[in-house]
Design a protein around this ligand. Structure first.
Ligand code: SF4
Ligand code: SF4
Length: 348
């Protein structure tokens, strides 16, 4: 592993090096309405790394909320289908300053979309993306990454990893993609000191004090389905308003719907749009039958998917403990409390 220092005062050169390479930078910053979002930035000053993570998940830059799949035109009684490829999917980009939870979420998306049926458009976005992770010093009051076995200093999945200090970052180039940036940054890379490893440890200690207490759920891993018929679900689904916020803001939710638009009698297009298992229409059959007819069925499905089905099918939780579902829920449903209740119900 190659480790250096890069001084914050030199970040202007880092940004011009990326610009020269035609690589755009996405990171967290404020939009025109002063909302914290992930957005394209053109300078280091535009980033707001000392804030909590934005509510909006970074997946929207890899798996856009809506995207055309193909267009069609009827000619001489035959249909011509033209696949649509978004130019943004081929754009080289750096996701700058992603927290370990969000880097893990991208690892999950990669695993999911490169599964039995590889999703080429999303894989194209991922292929052209370099991830620069950062040790997390600013968790929100809903963060529970350690419950999901993610450390606030984990660099797993990142191409480059930054550990912030007051005046400089300790920078590690971890993968081939990450190392491809090393020569571009060479002018501003300074030698690291033996004591630099301590900075990361300090962040882990300090951030762990701010995080919500870890719930030990490894003891119930692979058994959460046994809580399927327990009464706990009703307590939460009774207040759920099925708004879908917890799924749309979740960095690991992957579901989408296909929709067709007829522009004229002869032309139209198909697009995909994020969908949510919280919506009644999500599993509605053409016959009118709905296998998940109640809010309880749907809320339980979301939780079972994240903490049981992907564990058995993909050997991983599909939750990073980022806390967005808790922050966004208009009625205060807390995923962490659901996990506590499941654990309690299984030990009854
Ligand atoms: S379920 Fe909640 S805490 Fe887990 S990854 Fe999704 S939004 Fe984050
Ligand atoms: S955000 Fe809250 S109210 Fe909305 S669907 Fe999710 S659990 Fe239900």
């Amino acid at each position: 592993m190659d480790t250096n220092r890069i001084y914050k005062k030199d970040m202007v050169q880092v940004f011009s090096a990326l610009k020269k390479l035609n690589i755009s930078v996405i990171g967290q910053g404020f939009d025109e309405k002063q909302r914290l979002v992930f957005k394209k930035v053109s300078s280091f000053q535009e980033l707001a790394l000392d804030e909590i993570t934005p509510l909006q998940p970074v997946k929207s830059f890899l798996f856009p909320p809506t995207e055309k799949v193909f267009s069609y035109a009827k000619q001489d009684e035959k249909y011509q289908i033209t696949p649509e490829t978004s130019p943004e999917s081929s754009e080289k980009k750096v996701l700058f300053g992603l927290r370990p939870c969000d880097v893990h979420a991208i690892e999950y998306l990669k695993k999911f979309y490169d599964g039995h049926f590889p999703d080429q458009p999303i894989l194209r976005y991922l292929e052209n993306t370099i991830i620069i992770g950062i040790a997390c010093e600013h968790p929100s009051n809903a963060c529970f990454c350690t419950t999901m076995d993610i450390s606030p200093i984990s660099s797993t999945g990142a191409d480059v990893f930054l550990t912030p200090t007051e005046n400089f970052f300790v920078i590690e180039f971890l993968t081939e993609k990450g190392k491809s940036l090393q020569s571009a940054f060479s002018e501003v890379l300074k030698s690291s000191e033996a004591t630099d490893v301590q900075w990361k440890q300090n962040i882990e200690t300090e951030t762990s004090k701010k995080l919500l207490e870890k719930i030990e759920i490894n003891s119930i891993k692979g058994q959460i389905n046994k809580a399927y018929d327990k009464p706990l679900w009703k307590k939460y689904s009774d207040v759920c308003v099925a708004c879908g916020g917890c799924t749309f803001d979740c960095p690991t939710c992957t579901c989408f719907d296909m929709r067709d638009v007829m522009e004229s009698k002869k032309t139209g297009y198909r697009y995909r749009a994020w969908d949510s298992c919280s919506f009644a229409s999500f599993t509605l059959h053409a016959s009118g039958h709905n296998p998940r007819n109640t809010k309880m069925d749907r809320l339980r499905q979301r939780i079972m998917h994240k903490y049981h089905y992907t564990v058995t099918n993909m050997q991983t939780w599909s939750c990073t403990g980022c806390g967005r579902c808790v922050r966004v829920c208009p009625v205060g449903i807390n995923t962490r409390s659901i996990l506590k209740d499941i654990k309690e119900a299984l030990h009854e």
